[in-house]
Design a protein around this ligand. Structure first.
Ligand code: ADP
Ligand code: 5GP
Length: 203
């Protein structure tokens, strides 16, 4: 199963995904490639694969991406290799922008999409400044982009409101659990149960 997480920069996607992944070792995070400079505390291969513009463009030409987009002036993309390798080992979580979410939905019809919202615009602004990782110009660009991005919330299956972090983690987990309990997702698991009924043996 693929869970696509989207939402304005600074709304708390990485924090939320980090918490949910820590509680669900069966979930895998799809690490994207980016040309964005590495931030303090980020590690190559953990948050992103940090690559040069030339290397990114070579990957585009070679058809190595499932999807890619230019976001806030930098290139970001989900590689086929990443989705194939991690997808084999469990359900996948992707953190992509609105364009990326659209491409993933078009390619993987069963993908489940979540849009994360902060409780209000002023809180988003506060979080971006408090994070202290982007310069004021970059923050302004991210806020302007946020106002455009949120207009697309209707394209998503679920809305997670990240006001209280624990509550938001609970909402994300509820979506995962709900999807896993869907009849279609459970056909494999219920087969032996149904079989035991057919056999009609035991107590
Ligand atoms: P994104 O990945 O969406 O850009 P981050 O996860 O980096 O956002 O979060 C942006 C900032 O907001 C970080 O400093 C993070 O610690 C903080 N944050 C995240 N969720 C909450 C929350 N529910 N309440 C307060 N601060 C939050
Ligand atoms: P940041 O620079 O804050 O880590 O991410 C900026 C934006 O890029 C976020 O909206 C994030 O969801 C998006 N993003 C990260 N990886 C990808 C990707 O592989 N594809 C696309 N389309 N967007 C991505």
């Amino acid at each position: 199963m693929i869970f696509v997480v989207c939402g304005p920069s600074g709304c708390g996607k990485s924090t939320l995904i980090g918490r949910v992944l820590a509680r669900h070792p069966d979930l895998r995070f799809s690490v994207s490639h980016t040309t964005r400079p590495r931030r303090k505390g980020e590690r190559d291969g953990r948050e992103y694969y940090f690559v040069s513009r030339a290397a990114f463009e070579r990957m585009i030409v070679r058809g190595r991406f499932v999807e890619w987009a230019v976001v806030h002036g930098c290139h970001y993309g989900t590689s086929k290799a990443e989705v194939e390798a991690k997808g084999k080992r469990g359900d996948l979580v992707l953190d992509v922008d609105v364009q990326g979410a659209r491409s993933i939905r078009a390619r993987f019809k069963d993908a489940v999409s979540l849009f994360v919202l902060p409780p209000r615009y002023a809180e988003l602004r506060k979080r971006l400044f408090a994070r202290g990782l982007d310069d004021p110009g970059t923050i302004r660009a991210r806020l302007a982009n946020a106002r455009r991005e949120i207009r697309h919330y209707r394209e998503f299956d679920y809305i997670v409101i990240n006001d209280d972090l624990n509550a938001a983690v609970g909402e994300f987990e509820a979506v995962i659990l709900g999807q896993r309990c869907r009849r279609r997702a459970r056909e494999g698991a219920i087969r032996p149960i149904l079989q035991s009924f057919r056999a009609g043996k035991g107590k």
